[in-house]
Design a protein around this ligand. Structure first.
Ligand SMILES: *[C@@H]1O[C@H](CO)[C@@H](O)[C@H](O)[C@H]1NC(C)=O
Ligand SMILES: *[C@@H]1O[C@H](CO)[C@@H](O)[C@H](O)[C@H]1NC(C)=O
Length: 589
């Protein structure tokens, strides 16, 4: 009796202590939504044998070290300024701790998944992708996947409303996708709008490389062309002399294709000296390049980057196709995750563009917290390698729609935009007019995710003091504030399908202008034997960088308020202002 009781106790203890019985069954929720994300509806249960490309992002063991190094190489006062990290160095700092790898692989094996059969691994080993059936993913993540339908874009995706991980893995894994992030490139595509009632001016300002610099003519108030932008920003007459030393990358949309014939029409009409110049396309994850289906966004992005910076080479990255969705198919589902696909693709290249522009973005609160942090970390890795990464600050002022929070509390809050709110990218707001003023839709505000980085402490504290109680309670005073700078954002003349149209909405146009100017300053630096600018923010916020036209009028309304007013110095409507190339090249070239 006594002995058998002891034995039972011993057995019970053995069961409790057994790493396999307990380790992987002790789950804790990783992320969960209180409701289906806005714009999506449940459609059906996916076939259990449908394949998912499950991507696991492990914690980079030396991420803090990487951020420290990023700030050193980006701080103009630091001896290491401009000594960017190589792919190998970033990979080494991205690697997960061996304990993380051991734990994740043991967990995969427990579920019958062979980690050696990963279909993709990042250079640092921190991201691993496995092609597995939905039923296995559901067991691993203690979740139920559903097919969800986006009513506006008509996208279908396989996602979950919540997912869990063994408690032990929470300290090793940042993120598993696809799970609770419902974004797709099409669904989050910016609302670039064609101005149907605005005719592009017959007197559109055409570039004449032999003309002396002049003030922008009146036509630039109604029809913005590359020649206007060059006049606004004091670039007229400058031509890059080291084009082969750089490349500008444009991250493109799903099913948005640039059109080469339209680029030629644009150059013929507005920049005759650059006639014949073209760009390359890089296809990622089944991206396409359909020349019969020109997109407004893609054409605008390409035409204005080329318009500002030709003959510096330009690459358009076309990420991910959208195979027709067949509900009961077992084929691998389109698991494109807009940011993860292209950033991971680019990080895997040994040479990367010196300047990157991307036009998409969405409200922070629609993206799971861990996802925001993981993607922002990836941008840190990209900037550490010496790329300038530019994002539009958004098209909705301080927030579009009713601005209610989706945390179950339904409060009205300004809605910061991501990735603009990531402290490692440079966010670009919008202006308009011959005498530049804030354009009302210029996105701006304060992150609820990322704390204010030291580089903008002085500038932002100063603004908050001037602002006083305006908008108190509607935004987070401790968050990373944006935009960082701005540029013209409306009434751009773009050629689509051979025809000139007028396009507005901040995304892209302002970013492309700034991308061009950064590349031109890089060109001057290269001529002077210096490195490229890389991560701009620590530099442009530092004392003495006065190469911006301070925008002091207008505001960016939203959420039923007037938004933030532009003021002298940095403000969350137009940042530090618009770039003056002539001044910046003297200061930074
Ligand atoms: C405010 O921002 C900080 C980051 O600076 C964040 O940790 C905090 O959760 C935010 N507060 C709210 C209410 O979102
Ligand atoms: C830039 O152009 C403006 C006029 O558009 C002019 O007033 C200013 O002096 C120029 N800046 C430089 C540094 O040339």
């Amino acid at each position: 009796m006594y002995w058998s009781k002891l034995l039972v106790l011993a057995l019970a203890q053995f069961v409790l202590a057994s790493p396999h019985a307990r380790r992987w069954d002790d789950l804790a929720v990783k992320h969960s939504w209180t409701e289906i994300p806005e714009g999506w509806v449940y459609h059906s249960a996916p076939s259990p044998s449908r394949l998912l490309d499950l991507r696991i992002g492990m914690k980079s063991h030396k991420m803090d070290d990487l951020i420290t190094q990023l700030y050193e190489v980006s701080d103009p006062k630091h001896p290491k300024y401009g000594q960017y990290l190589s792919k190998e160095e970033v990979d080494a700092l991205s690697a997960p701790h061996p304990d993380s790898v051991e734990a994740v692989e043991a967990w995969l094996q427990h579920h019958g998944v062979n980690p050696d059969e990963a279909i993709d691994r990042s250079g640092g080993g921190d991201w691993i992708t496995l092609r597995i059936p939905v039923s296995v993913a559901e067991r691993m993540l203690d979740t139920k996947y559903g097919v969800y339908h986006h009513l506006k874009s008509e996208d279908y995706i396989v996602r979950a409303l919540s997912y869990s991980l063994p408690r032990e893995l929470h300290s090793h894994i940042n993120l598993v996708t696809p799970t609770t992030y419902f974004g797709t490139i099409r669904a989050m595509k910016s609302n670039s709008f064609v101005n149907p009632d605005i005719q592009v001016s017959k007197e559109a300002f055409v570039e004449d490389v032999n003309a002396p610099a002049a003030l922008p003519p009146a036509s630039c108030a109604t029809t913005v062309t590359p020649a206007c932008l060059k006049a606004f920003y004091n670039i007229t007459g400058f031509s890059p002399v080291n084009p082969a030393s750089q490349r500008i990358g444009i991250a493109g949309y799903l099913e948005e294709f640039g059109n080469r014939a339209d680029l030629q029409t644009f150059l013929n009409q507005l920049l005759p000296a650059s006639r014949g110049f073209t760009y390359t396309t890089t296809l990622i994850n089944g991206g396409e390049d359909d020349q019969n289906d020109p997109g407004v966004e893609a054409n605008l992005d390409i035409q204005y980057v080329v318009g500002m910076a030709a003959p510096i080479p330009v690459t358009y990255y076309s990420t991910g196709g959208r195979p027709p969705f067949i509900p009961d198919s077992t084929q691998s589902t389109n698991t494109n995750e807009p940011y993860l696909d292209w950033v991971n693709f680019v990080l895997a290249q040994s040479t990367i563009p010196t300047v990157f522009t991307t036009s998409y973005g969405e409200n922070e609160q629609t993206i799971p917290l861990d996802y925001r942090q993981s993607v922002c970390d990836l941008f840190a890795k990209l900037t550490a390698r010496g790329s300038t990464i530019l994002f539009s600050s958004g098209d909705s002022g301080v927030g579009g729609g009713d601005c209610r929070t989706n945390d179950g509390r339904n409060r009205v809050q300004f809605q910061p935009a991501f990735p603009a709110s990531c402290p490692f990218v440079t966010a670009v707001g919008g202006t308009t007019g011959l005498t530049e003023t804030t354009i009302g839709f210029s996105g701006g505000g304060f992150s609820n995710t990322f704390a204010r980085p030291a580089y903008q402490d002085t500038a932002v504290s100063r603004y908050l003091q001037i602002l006083g109680n305006t908008n108190a309670g509607l935004f987070n005073t401790t968050g990373r504030a944006y935009p960082d700078l701005s540029a013209q954002a409306n009434r751009f003349e773009v050629f689509v399908g051979g025809r000139a149209i007028s396009v507005g909405g901040t995304s892209a146009r302002n970013v492309q202008t700034v991308a061009g100017i950064v590349a031109l300053i890089n060109d001057v630096r290269i001529s002077n034997g210096k490195g490229v600018l890389g991560f701009l923010n620590p530099l442009i916020y530092s004392d003495g960088v006065t190469g911006f036209n301070d925008i002091v009028t207008g505001s960016n309304p939203g959420c039923g308020t007037n938004g933030f007013p532009a003021r002298a110095g940095w403000d969350p409507a137009t940042g530090l202002g618009t770039p003056d190339f002539a001044k910046l090249r003297l200061l930074l070239g």
